[in-house]
Structures are given as C-alpha cells and as structure tokens.
Design a binder for this molecule. Structure first.
Ligand SMILES: Cc1cc2nc3c(=O)[nH]c(=O)nc-3n(C[C@H](O)[C@H](O)[C@H](O)COP(=O)(O)O)c2cc1C
Ligand SMILES: Nc1ncnc2c1ncn2[C@@H]1O[C@H](COP(=O)(O)OP(=O)(O)O)[C@@H](O)[C@H]1O
Length: 316
C-alpha cells in the first residue's frame, strides 16, 4: 500500500495511478460501518480489475471551522493505526489530503474537478452521509457533479442493535467505559500504541511491576479506571491488567498515566513499542489508605483478570 500526502492545490505534475475505485471518508475508528464501505469499494475494484484508493484527511475537518479542545480534538485511530487497518482491507493507495481552509472553501464542483477527477476515479464509493466541498454537499448530488466522468456507489447505514454504527457512537461508548460494546462496533478490541517508559519504580516494590506506556496526546483514551487488557510486544500478545489513573493513593497532583502489569511475565521491556488492547473496564480508580490496602486490591484485580482469561479460553 502506498501513502501519498497531498495538499490544496494539487501540483500540476502530481502523478496518480489511474483509473481507480476511490473510497472517500475520514474513517475515524475504522468501525464496522467504515469497513463495510471499504469492502464494498474493494469488491467493485476486484470486479473491474482496478486498484483501490482511499481519499482521506490528515486531521479532523472540524479543526478548520471550530476550535476543538480536550477529547474533541482526539482520535479513535491515529493515522498509522488507520492506515494499517486500510491495508488489511486491501487498499492499494491512500491519498491523505491536508484539510485546510483553502481545501474546505472549494465549491463541490471544483472539489470534484480538482481532486476526484484528477485522481482518475472510475467509481466513487462513500457512506450515505458523507459530505464534501463548501456547505457540505451530499452524496445524492455527486452524480451531477461527476458529469458522466465516474459513477457513484452510496453505501447505506450499517446497524447494530437497530441503531446506526457511527464514530460518535463509538466515542460515546468509549467515554462511558463500555469497552465490550466498542469491541463489537469496531469488530476488534479498542487498541492504542505507545512506548514503554520509566515510571517511579514503585510498582516492583508493591509486587506488581507496571510498564508505563507513553502515548500520543492526540489519542482518544478510555476513561480513568482499571482494565483487563492484552498487550502486544513484537507481534506477541500477553494478558494483563491496566490502570489509567493518577495514582491517587500516592498524592493528589500526579499526572494521568497508563500502566500495565502483565501476568506471569518478568522481562525488561523499557523502550519497546507496544499496543494495548482494552477488553473490559473492571472498576474505577480508588484512593487507598496506604500501600498495603492498594496491594490487597491489586491481588483481587489479578484474580479477576485471571478468571476473565480462563473463561475467555473456555469460550473460544
Ligand atoms: C491493575 C491496576 C490497578 C490499579 N489501581 C489503582 C488504584 O485503584 N488506586 C491507585 O492509587 N493506584 C492504582 N494503581 C496504580 C499504582 O498506584 C501504580 O501502579 C504504582 O504506583 C506504580 O507506579 P510506578 O509505575 O510509577 O512505579 C493500579 C495499577 C494497576 C496495574
Ligand atoms: N509483569 C510485568 N509487567 C509489566 N512490566 C514488567 C513486568 N515484569 C517486569 N517488567 C519490567 O519492569 C518495569 C516496571 O517496573 P516498575 O517497578 O513498575 O518501574 P517503573 O516505575 O519504571 O515502571 C516495566 O517497564 C518492565 O520493563
């Protein structure tokens, strides 16, 4: 898969592989609805013997027309994770456009002529609620702007439990700590990437060493609390328990950290790039009266985590 970073206006000598089937969208989260759009585009591409390209954006379009702060400015999937998922779905080219004011200000016809036609789209595939160009033009009008130069395939809403699958629904379930529902909406566990860094080296004195994971500030995270997780290190997955919290037992002013204790694991993993898959939230963070009470709770957390993985094994 090739990733091309583009900006408005496209350079005159910008070369594209043409013709292609072009799927369009921001695809934050690459949830089942997004996967459905890209799979449909892939089927069409295979039937026509064409490569599949995805037209997407480097950041959330709302950044251009409103100031986003806090979680609103964070993503379910950062570009690297998103593009790996695209690759698994059989995408050949990613056209990542810098979404700036000039790009947004194009009227729909100009956007179609300057981008979609230049990219050599033979078929454009997008979800029913995708919008493009100034004033958010809608999918039903895209065929008019195409003027016979490409055809349009609009993919209708995919439902789960009678409700539309959407990035908003994934974000809401994530912030409510409903990781099992998020898992079903994504068809994979909610996963973040990071690097193992040094903490205060307190974990090993408690009998529970924890890998402190440094992650990108633009990554949207589950809420503070304790989780059952799998952590991937060099393509291998290890079961564990995680805390997203401020270590409140040890003071009121600590920063938020993500820490993972892996079960039956004793290795130095400082500096490793890892992926943490959040399977289930088990409780909120609690301020304990001293270390001994925290350790007793960590023992109960460990038992609950082992039980989860044992019954998970029986069910699979
Ligand atoms: C599964 C798990 C649950 C935790 N729960 C709490 C908690 O409820 N309250 C708290 O203050 N700290 C909690 N912690 C965080 C510990 O305080 C932290 O791991 C310890 O202070 C080690 O910090 P260090 O890695 O900086 O040395 C938890 C950690 C883990 C791995
Ligand atoms: N079971 C384990 N789970 C997580 N990390 C472990 C484990 N065993 C050893 N380690 C190593 O120990 C480190 C954590 O020890 P800890 O005392 O909590 O120190 P720190 O505060 O620097 O994270 C991890 O980063 C990792 O390199």
């Amino acid at each position: 898969m090739q990733i091309m970073k583009l900006a408005y206006p496209l350079e005159q000598d910008q070369h594209f592989q043409t013709p292609v089937v072009l799927a369009m969208g921001f695809f934050d989260g690459v949830h089942l609805g997004h996967q459905n759009v890209i799979k449909r585009a892939k089927e069409i591409a295979q039937a026509r013997g064409l490569p599949l390209a995805v037209l997407t954006y480097d950041h959330h379009p709302a950044i251009v027309y409103q100031q986003l702060t806090g979680d609103d400015a964070r993503y379910l999937t950062l570009p690297d994770a998103k593009y790996q998922l695209f690759q698994k779905l059989g995408v050949d080219y990613v056209y990542e456009v810098n979404y700036d004011y000039d790009f947004q200000a194009q009227d729909p016809q100009t956007f179609v002529d300057n981008f979609i036609v230049r990219m050599g789209a033979s078929v454009v595939v997008a979800g029913f609620d995708h919008t493009y160009g100034k004033h958010d033009a809608a999918m039903p009008n895209l065929a008019d702007y195409a003027q016979g130069r490409f055809t349009v395939e609009t993919v209708s809403a995919l439902l789960m439990d009678d409700k539309k699958i959407s990035s908003t629904r994934v974000r809401r379930n994530l912030s409510d700590g409903h990781l099992e529902t998020v898992h079903r909406l994504l068809n994979r566990p909610f996963t973040i990437s990071g690097t193992v860094v040094h903490g205060l080296a307190r974990g090993r004195t408690l009998g529970y060493p924890t890998a402190n994971i440094h992650y990108n500030d633009e990554q949207r995270m589950p809420p503070l609390g304790v989780y059952i997780v799998m952590m991937q290190i060099n393509h291998q997955c290890y079961p564990g328990m995680a805390s997203i919290g401020k270590n409140v037992t040890f003071g009121d002013q600590n920063p938020i950290t993500l820490e993972v204790n892996l079960l039956d694991f004793e290795r130095n993993i400082y500096g490793k790039r890892v992926q943490v898959q959040f399977l289930k939230k088990t409780r909120d963070e609690v301020k304990y009266e001293g270390e001994a009470a925290l350790v007793r709770q960590l023992e109960r957390d460990e038992q609950a985590t082992r039980k989860f993985f044992q019954s998970d094994k029986r069910n699979s």
